[in-house]
Each structure stands twice: as structure tokens, then as C-alpha cells.
Ligand binder design. Structure first.
Ligand code: ATP
Ligand code: MG
Length: 413
């Protein structure tokens, strides 16, 4: 988009109340939600507003399968920000104009000129595609397509070739009841469902690559995600807490509110070291995490736990060990990465922006008193026998009492 979309008017007083540029927000799956549709749309509109709060005031209208967003300023920045809002399939930065076909054509021509700055002009293919939501408009969609194309093509030097299917450049026109919109780009959003429409979950967040991706995937399916992280002070330093807070700050770009619970875990680990067979330490750490996380989740009103476990990735993630671990949870355990390859998780971590933080070297609490030969095929009876030797519930309750709670905001957008 050229400077036309972003240029601020000369004087402050000249700034329009609502910018003539608007963003057409298209959503996919919400449309399937039948009776709940209004709830999904209102939640999405609220999330849009809060995602853009630091960029611009917005006027938002929900209209027949679309959300229309008029930013007061910085429309281009708002459009890019919306690419991270769950539930959005894609967005177009569009110009709002009158129903006058000549005006539609000249706005279309300007938009095409802008778009051609990013396309090789020679041999580029082009089409106009009108959607006529307002049936009172005096031309059919095809007539308006032709009318606009006939005015644009002679003005573009170097020759654009008209092609109906798979054109490089599509000038979109939407004729709505009160006005028409023109645009040339569809910027992809994450898809999925708006955060907050499918309940609240608690993600067990380590400083690794996988659990932040798992949290993002839960958000994408409409869950609001809070975070719990286990720390081994004094065996490990404060910097591992900072790393986890940094990860939450990145993930905060995708949902409106973010709680991080930081749990002191060293006493539980010491009890496990002192009373349980060494090969079982990691599995027992994980069972303890599930117990503590369940208590925190229930108090915070979360309906499930989320982990970054992936079948077969490490010794603690065999089917047997995952069963032992889940057995200690009092809530359903969601594992969005369960069938993913590590490389797929890495690719997604890069895309969502958590990768660079995740790979900063920082030991996880599970490395404290790490067994030299961890059990691969653990048994629940053996876990229970080991846990009978120390005060599991007392330790879990103490850990909850010592938990720090932090509210974390997004990186400045
Ligand atoms: P990650 O990259 O998320 O650390 P991983 O492949 O390294 O995952 P593990 O370290 O075995 O796998 O951890 C499995 C899951 O257990 C993590 O994805 C996370 O959900 C949870 N977990 C592990 N360590 C912690 C911790 N210190 N605090 C909170 N959750 C943890
Ligand atoms: Mg890990």
C-alpha cells in the first residue's frame, strides 16, 4: 500500500473523525456456529478493539458475515495487527466510497497503481471482481466489473492482461447498502476461533520451544490461555523466570489478557530426590506439576490443562509415561502438538514469534537432579508407591501458596 493509505493529513484539525480507509475483516468458521454466531462475532469485535488499543481508536460494525473496522488513524498498521487476531481468516485494507460508478472506477485505478508498485508490470494478469451485497445498485456485478475494467486498462501503461482465474492482481469491489469499498489485497489472519469463545485453559509453560506453540494453538481454537511455570530456585536463577515472562509477552499479542503463575518447585523436587527411585524422577516431577497446575487451574476457573508434549519426542513422552503423568491431573489434558514433528513445531514457533526467545540457553527445572537413566515405560502403580513415601498433597498445597502471580501485557505494538 502506498503512502496514500498512511499519509497523515497536513493539519491536526484536518484529521477526519473516522478515516476513509477501512478494514474488511473476513472470518471463516464462526459462520458455522448457528445460534451462537452473534456471541462469536461480538467476541471477535471486542478482541479486535483490544488488539488495536495502542494503535488507534476504531469504529466497528458487524454486518452480514463481515466485520468492518474504521480506524481513526494508522489504518495500515491496524490491518497488519489484525493478522494476529484469532478467528480472522483474512483482512483487506479498503477505501470506502460512494455508489457512483465513476468514483468506484477512479478509486479502483488508484488502488491498482499502488498494487502494481509491488508486481512486475510486464505480463501481469488482472481482473475486477465485484460482490454486490446491495441489490438496489443499478448494475449487475458483471456490468460493474466491465465498467471499471474498461476505465482502468487503458490507463495502465505496459499492458495488464485480463485473466479470470488465478489473476496476479484482483481488484475487489464490494457494493454495500450505504457505500462501496475497493481493495486489492487479502492479508491472511491466523484463522481459528476468537479467543474467549471456547473457555479458559491453563498452559504448563516451560522455556522450551513446544509449550508456547501449544498455548498459541489452544488460543487459535478459541481458548483464553493462562500460564503456569515451575521454577527451581535456589538451584536455578531468576533469569529462567524472565525467559518465561518474555515468552508470555510474545504470546500476549494473540489474546487480550495474560496471567502467569510462577510456582516454586524445588521442595517438591527435593522430596522426590530423597524418597523416589532415581529413574522415576522426571515422571514424578511431571505428575507433581499436573497436581499443582490442577489446583491453580480450578481456582482460576480453567477447564483444562495444556502441555507441549508430543508423542515419542523425549523419554517422558512415551505412551506409558504420558499416561502416568496425566493420571495425576484432575482436569482434561490438551496436547495440541501430540502428533507434530519437532521441525513442524519449530516452523510454527518461528511464525508466531516465540522461537528466538525459546532457544536462548536457560536450564529448565527438570534438569535439577536429573536421573542418568530415566524410566521409559513407567507404571502408575510404581509412581503411586513412590509418592506414598512423602506428603504429596502437603507439598502441592505449599507450592500453590508460594506461587507468584503476574499480569503480563503484550510487546508494544
Ligand atoms: P518444551 O519445549 O515445551 O519445554 P519439551 O519437548 O522440551 O517441551 P519436556 O521438557 O519434556 O518437553 O516438557 C513437556 C511439557 O511439560 C512441556 O511442553 C510443558 O508443557 C511441561 N513443562 C515442562 N517443564 C515445565 C516447567 N518448568 N514449567 C511448566 N511446564 C513445564
Ligand atoms: Mg522442555
Amino acid at each position: 500500500m502506498s503512502s496514500r493509505a498512511t499519509s497523515e493529513p497536513a493539519g491536526r484539525n484536518a484529521e477526519p473523525e473516522v478515516h476513509p480507509w477501512l478494514i474488511l475483516v473476513r472470518y471463516g468458521e464462526i459462520a458455522l456456529k448457528g445460534g451462537n454466531r452473534a456471541f462469536f462475532e461480538k467476541t471477535l469485535a471486542r478482541n479486535i478493539k483490544s488488539a488495536c488499543a495502542s494503535i488507534s481508536d476504531l469504529r466497528i460494525e458487524i454486518r452480514r458475515g463481515r466485520i468492518l473496522v474504521w480506524p481513526k488513524r494508522r489504518p495500515e498498521r491496524v490491518a497488519r495487527r489484525l493478522q494476529d487476531v484469532m478467528g480472522i481468516h483474512n483482512v483487506s485494507l479498503a477505501q470506502g466510497i460512494s455508489h457512483d460508478p465513476e468514483e468506484i472506477a477512479s478509486a479502483g485505478l488508484a488502488a491498482v497503481h499502488d498494487a502494481l508498485e509491488e508486481l512486475p508490470k510486464e505480463g501481469a494478469t488482472f481482473r475486477v471482481k465485484t460482490k454486490r451485497g446491495y441489490k438496489g445498485f443499478p448494475m449487475t456485478s458483471t456490468e460493474l466489473d466491465r465498467f471499471v475494467a474498461d476505465r482502468i486498462l487503458p490507463q495502465i501503461g505496459g499492458g495488464l492482461k485480463v485473466q479470470m482465474k488465478g489473476a496476479d492482481l484482483v481488484l475487489g469491489i464490494e457494493v454495500r447498502e450505504k457505500s462501496a469499498f475497493v481493495y486489492t489485497k487479502r492479508l491472511p489472519g491466523p484463522g481459528g476461533l476468537p479467543v474467549g469463545t471456547l473457555g479458559h485453559v491453563l498452559c504448563l509453560l516451560s522455556g522450551g520451544i513446544d509449550s508456547p506453540v501449544a498455548a498459541w494453538m489452544a488460543m487459535k481454537r478459541g481458548c483464553r490461555v493462562s500460564f503456569v511455570s515451575f521454577h527451581s530456585a535456589p538451584y536455578l536463577g531468576e533469569s529462567s523466570k524472565k525467559k518465561v515472562a518474555d515468552l508470555v509477552r510474545v504470546l500476549a499479542n494473540y489474546q487480550p489478557t495474560n496471567q502467569l503463575y510462577i510456582v516454586p518447585f524445588a521442595e517438591s523436587q527435593e522430596a522426590i530426590r530423597d524418597h523416589a527411585p532415581e529413574p522415576y524422577r522426571t515422571v514424578l516431577y511431571r505428575r507433581m506439576m499436573q497436581r499443582i497446575a490442577t489446583r491453580i487451574a480450578k481456582r482460576a476457573g480453567c477447564g483444562a490443562l495444556v502441555t507441549g508434549e508430543s508423542l515419542g519426542q523425549v523419554a517422558s513422552q512415551t505412551l506409558e509415561n504420558m499416561s502416568c503423568i496425566e493420571d495425576a491431573s484432575g482436569l482434561p489434558v490438551l496436547r495440541p502438538l501430540v502428533a507434530m514433528d519437532k521441525q513442524e513445531a519449530i516452523d510454527l514457533a518461528r511464525r508466531i514469534g516465540t522461537f528466538d526467545t525459546s532457544i536462548k540457553p536457560e536450564p529448565d527445572c527438570c534438569t535439577v537432579f536429573q536421573p542418568s537413566k530415566p524410566i521409559i515405560h513407567g507404571k502408575i502403580e510404581d509412581c503411586e508407591a513412590a509418592e506414598a513415601c512423602f506428603d504429596v498433597d502437603g507439598l502441592a498445597e505449599e507450592a500453590v501458596k508460594g506461587t507468584e502471580r503476574k499480569k503480563i501485557g503484550a510487546l508494544d505494538t
